[in-house]
Design a protein around this ligand. Structure first.
Ligand code: F0G
Length: 465
């Protein structure tokens, strides 16, 4: 079945090229800008004449079709990305689609966070429930399918761990070879183990994520290797689909706020694109505010907005225990800025201590997430305190990675070994109390019933008769 009907448009100079004409680094040769994928209907205005309207996908027909596909046994219909393929016609032949049935992620309420913050309606869309445990799967199925269709044998990415895990898995499914560049010693073990498990050639460079990107960019210029970092605009076509799935799960109601973590700064713009396209097609009546939260130690977008109003990026030497977002020179910062501006969202930063507390709180709701995902709740607290988010507004946190991705962080936190003494003294008294209540270090005991019972008694405050 032939379905591909798209072009790439430079986000800086507006130049349009065929998808197959793009260079190996996915940057405009004229102005170095990144590309957006656009479709024939992208340019058609909602209020156009009947003739143009006929080219605009019909909102009710799409809603019906997407719902119908839920009952299908076809792999492309069971995928929570390709179920929405009408709005991402990027492959010619659906047989080229590489899918692990990604997407279809749950939407949870967070009753304790809602109560603590005084916000009625806080939900978490858990993208960590994807096949390799992070939101990257939704983008990887899209871009890897394009790589396969275009006949590449090798694919590669630089990664803080999740992109590499996803790429390695999807490449293995497709029978392609994959090369992973990761900063040595600076990614969580769970993620490193995944790329090995899925058979990638894993190269640990003695540098940071930004250094890995530089090496890989040189490499793809010289060898026929398909680049799967988020500068690849097809990744973002997959990553926009959780926006579709989210409003579908809410019976087409639109929340007021979406909050995402910011690292290389592509995902916020992908979701904003998804919401904009739904709005354009009349699937939703308005677009939610998309806010991006960075770790204080890896805050180039936040700093740039403070220091020069987002005129230019101020790269930083990144350092945060939320290693997934340990990025100082994010490639997609202009796209992120555009997402903030078009949706009316904010950019905030949160400290290491705030991230750890938020992560423990999400864990205590029985959900859990990796540290980078917890910046969303920490950022929400700030936005509420600043009066930017009101009690009656509906908020969705995008939890990007599974808690098991970085179990070492969780264990260190609960054992009280995560922070230095200096960092501990910076925690406010009310937050100290919260940490104390949330910390659940493992208790080591002799295998003796009385000993165990005494330990339980003190925990349960039981008075034994
Ligand atoms: N959350 C998690 C768990 C991530 O792995 C990443 C990025 C982000 C948030 C930030 O998303 O880059 O689109 O702003 N991880 C990349 C990687 C960089 O290599 O896995 P972003």
């Amino acid at each position: 079945m032939k379905i591909a009907t798209h072009e790439l448009r430079c986000t800086e100079c507006g130049a349009r090229i065929a998808g197959t004409a793009v260079n190996s680094i996915f940057r405009c040769p004229t102005c170095n800008g990144l590309y957006d994928v656009i479709y024939p209907w992208s340019a058609i205005s909602n209020g156009d004449t009947v003739a143009s309207d006929s080219k605009l996908p019909n909102a009710s027909a799409l809603r019906w079709l997407w719902q119908e596909r839920r009952t299908s046994t076809l792999s492309v219909d069971q995928s929570g990305v390709w179920r929405f393929r009408d709005l991402l016609p990027i492959v010619e032949d659906l047989d080229h689609v590489v899918t692990l049935r990604e997407g279809n992620t749950p939407l949870y309420d967070l009753p304790r966070a809602s109560k603590a913050l005084g916000v009625d309606w806080i939900l978490a869309k858990h993208q960590g429930m994807n096949p390799t445990g992070s939101f990257k799967d939704t983008g990887m199925t899209a871009a890897l399918s394009v790589a396969r269709e275009r006949g590449f044998e090798w694919v590669a990415c630089a990664s803080t761990g999740n992109t590499s895990a996803a790429m390695a898995a999807y490449a293995a499914r497709a029978g392609l070879r994959s090369i992973v560049f990761i900063p040595e010693g600076k990614i969580a073990w769970g993620k490193l183990s995944q790329s090995m498990d899925y058979g990638a050639l894993t190269i640990q460079l003695r540098t940071d994520f930004d250094g890995c990107v530089n090496v890989l960019t040189d490499l793809v210029n010289r060898f026929p290797i398909y680049l799967l970092n988020s500068v690849n605009p097809y990744r973002l076509e997959g990553q926009k689909t959780p926006a579709f799935e989210l409003v579908e799960q809410l019976e087409w109601q639109v929340p007021e706020h979406i909050i995402v973590p910011g690292g290389n700064l592509a995902n916020g713009s992908a979701l904003a694109k998804g919401f904009s396209e739904m709005h354009h097609l009349g699937l939703i009546p308005r677009i939610p505010k998309v806010s991006i939260i960075q770790a204080e130690g890896a805050n180039p977008l936040y700093r740039s907005l403070q220091e020069n109003g987002g005129q230019e990026l101020v790269p930083v030497k990144a350092n945060t225990r939320a290693t997934a977002i340990r990025i100082g020179n994010p490639a997609s910062w202009r796209k992120a800025l555009r997402a903030l501006r078009t949706t009316g969202g904010w950019c905030e930063q949160v400290t290491e201590q705030e991230i750890a507390l938020a992560k423990a709180e999400i864990g205590a709701e029985g959900i859990g997430c990796e540290p980078a995902s917890a910046v969303t709740l920490a950022g929400l607290k700030k936005l509420v305190a600043q009066g930017k988010i009101g009690r009656e507004e509906r908020v969705v946190l995008i939890l990007t990675g599974h808690t098991l991705k970085d179990s070492a962080y969780t264990i260190d936190y609960h054992r009280g070994e995560l922070f230095t003494d200096d960092e501990n003294t910076q925690i406010s008294a009310p937050d100290q109390l919260l940490h104390t209540a949330l910390r659940k270090p493992p208790v080591v005991l002799d295998p003796d019933t009385d000993t165990v019972f005494r330990a339980l008694e003190s925990q349960m405050k039981l008075v034994h008769a």
